[in-house]
Design a protein around this ligand. Structure first.
Ligand SMILES: [Zn+2]
Ligand SMILES: [Zn+2]
Length: 376
C-alpha cells in the first residue's frame, strides 16, 4: 500500500468513503484498475495531507501519449520484448495524469512555505528521495520512483497529493492549461534541447517528429541554441506547422531521397538529431543523418528496436543518447523561460474532466491534434 493513495483508504474502509461522500468531501478520479483495462470513474474520500504533503485542487491536467503505455501496462522494446509496469513497481488501481497544475487546498502540519490558494505546477518525476540518484537531484532516474500518475495517483482527478512543497513550481503569468503541459511535454523537450545547446552557428540540428513535444522542441531550440533547425515529419500538416514556427527547412522523411536532402541542407550531415518519435524508422533516419562526431538523442517512447552497425560508432565517433523527462531545476528554468513570453504556446484542446476516458481513446485513435487538457 502506498502512503497518500486514497484508493487504498477506500478499499479498506467503505464506511469512511460513505461518510466522505455524505459530507461532500469526496473527490472524483479516473483510474485504471487493471493493466489494459478501461479508465473508470471512481469517487474516493478527498485525502488529508500528512507531514510535508500538500493537497492541490487540480485546475488543469494534460493527457500525454505515455498515458496510453501506462494504461496498456507495458512498453514495447521491439523484437518481441516488452517491459511491464507491474515489474517496475507500479500498483493498481492508479489515477493517471502526470501533467498537473493546481491550487493549494490544504497542507500537512510540516509543509511550510506554501499557502492555501497559491497556484503551482506539480513536478511529477519524484524519486524515492533516499537513494544516491535522488540525492544528486536526478530523481527522474530513480529506480524506485513515486512518479505522480505513473506510480502513485495523479492528475485525472479534481485533487492530488504532492509529497513535499519542494515539488511545487509557481507559474504566475502562464495560464494553468498551458502551465500543466510544462511538467512533461515541455520538460521533455527542454531537457532534450539542452543536450544540444552547445551547437554553433553553422551547425544543423535535426528534429524528427513535429508533434506536440517536437514542436515545443523547435520553439525552445530557437531560444536555447544557435544552430539552424531542420525538421522532419511524415505528416504535411505538421511540416507546415514547423515551417510556420520558424524551422530553417522541413523535409518529408518518408521520401526515398530524404537522407540526401538532409546531406544537402546540412552540407554533409547534422551535428545532432533528436528523435521525438522513438520508433525504429525515425531513429534510423536520425542516426543516418549524422555527420562524424554527431549525436542522436532519442526522446520518444513509441517503441521498437534499432539495429546499429557497431563499426560505425567508433569509425564515425557517433554518440547515441537517451533523454527522459528532466529535473526539477530544468522545469523551473523552463517556467522562467515561458514567463518571458518568448515561447509560443503549444496547441491545446481543453475538455471537462469527465471526458477523460473518451479523450484517452481519441488519442489512441489518432484523433487528437493539440494537447488535451482536462479541466475539473
Ligand atoms: Zn508525459
Ligand atoms: Zn531514489
Amino acid at each position: 500500500m502506498q502512503p497518500g493513495n486514497p484508493a487504498c483508504l477506500a478499499t479498506q474502509s467503505p464506511f469512511m468513503l460513505r461518510q466522505a461522500l455524505d459530507e461532500g468531501m469526496a473527490m472524483k478520479s479516473y483510474q485504471i484498475k487493471q493493466w489494459g483495462g478501461p479508465l473508470e470513474h471512481v469517487d474516493l474520500p478527498t485525502p488529508t495531507p500528512k507531514g510535508r504533503e500538500v493537497l492541490l485542487r487540480i485546475t488543469a491536467a494534460g493527457i500525454c501519449h505515455s498515458d496510453l503505455h501506462i494504461q496498456d501496462g507495458f512498453f514495447d522494446l521491439g523484437q518481441g520484448e516488452r517491459i511491464d509496469f507491474a515489474k517496475l513497481g507500479a500498483q493498481l488501481p492508479l489515477t493517471l495524469g502526470h501533467e498537473i497544475a493546481g491550487v493549494v487546498e490544504a497542507v500537512g502540519p510540516d509543509a511550510h512555505g506554501v499557502n492555501k490558494g497559491d497556484a503551482y505546477i506539480a513536478f511529477p518525476w519524484i524519486g524515492c528521495r533516499h537513494c544516491a540518484i535522488c540525492e544528486h537531484e536526478r530523481e527522474q532516474w530513480c529506480n524506485t520512483p513515486k512518479f505522480l500518475g505513473a506510480r502513485v495517483n495523479g492528475g485525472y482527478s479534481d485533487h492530488v497529493i504532492v509529497p513535499d512543497p519542494v515539488y511545487l513550481v509557481p507559474h504566475e503569468g502562464i495560464p494553468a492549461d498551458l502551465a500543466c503541459t510544462y511538467a512533461c511535454a515541455g520538460l521533455t523537450a527542454y531537457s532534450a534541447i539542452e543536450k544540444a545547446k552547445d551547437l554553433r552557428d553553422n551547425d544543423v540540428l535535426l528534429l524528427v517528429g513535429a508533434g506536440g513535444v517536437g514542436l515545443s522542441g523547435l520553439h525552445l531550440a530557437k531560444e536555447m541554441t544557435r544552430a539552424q533547425i531542420l525538421v522532419a515529419d511524415v505528416d504535411p500538416a505538421k511540416r507546415q506547422l514547423a515551417e510556420a514556427a520558424g524551422a530553417f527547412a522541413v523535409i518529408d522523411n518518408s521520401q526515398d531521397d530524404a537522407l540526401s536532402q538532409v546531406m544537402d541542407i546540412s552540407n554533409g550531415g547534422v551535428r545532432a538529431a533528436i528523435d521525438f518519435v522513438g520508433a525504429e524508422a525515425s531513429s534510423r533516419f536520425g542516426l543516418a543523418s549524422l555527420r562524424k562526431g554527431g549525436t542522436l538523442i532519442v526522446v520518444g517512447l513509441y517503441g521498437g528496436a534499432l539495429p546499429v552497425a557497431l563499426p560505425l560508432l567508433p569509425g564515425r565517433s557517433l554518440t547515441i543518447q537517451g533523454s527522459y523527462v528532466g529535473t526539477l531545476d530544468q522545469m523551473k528554468a523552463l517556467v522562467s523561460l515561458g514567463q518571458t513570453g518568448k515561447i509560443p504556446p503549444i496547441p491545446l484542446d481543453p475538455r471537462p474532466l469527465d471526458d477523460a476516458p473518451r479523450s484517452l481513446q481519441d488519442l489512441r485513435d489518432g484523433k487528437v491534434s493539440g494537447r488535451v487538457v482536462l479541466l475539473p
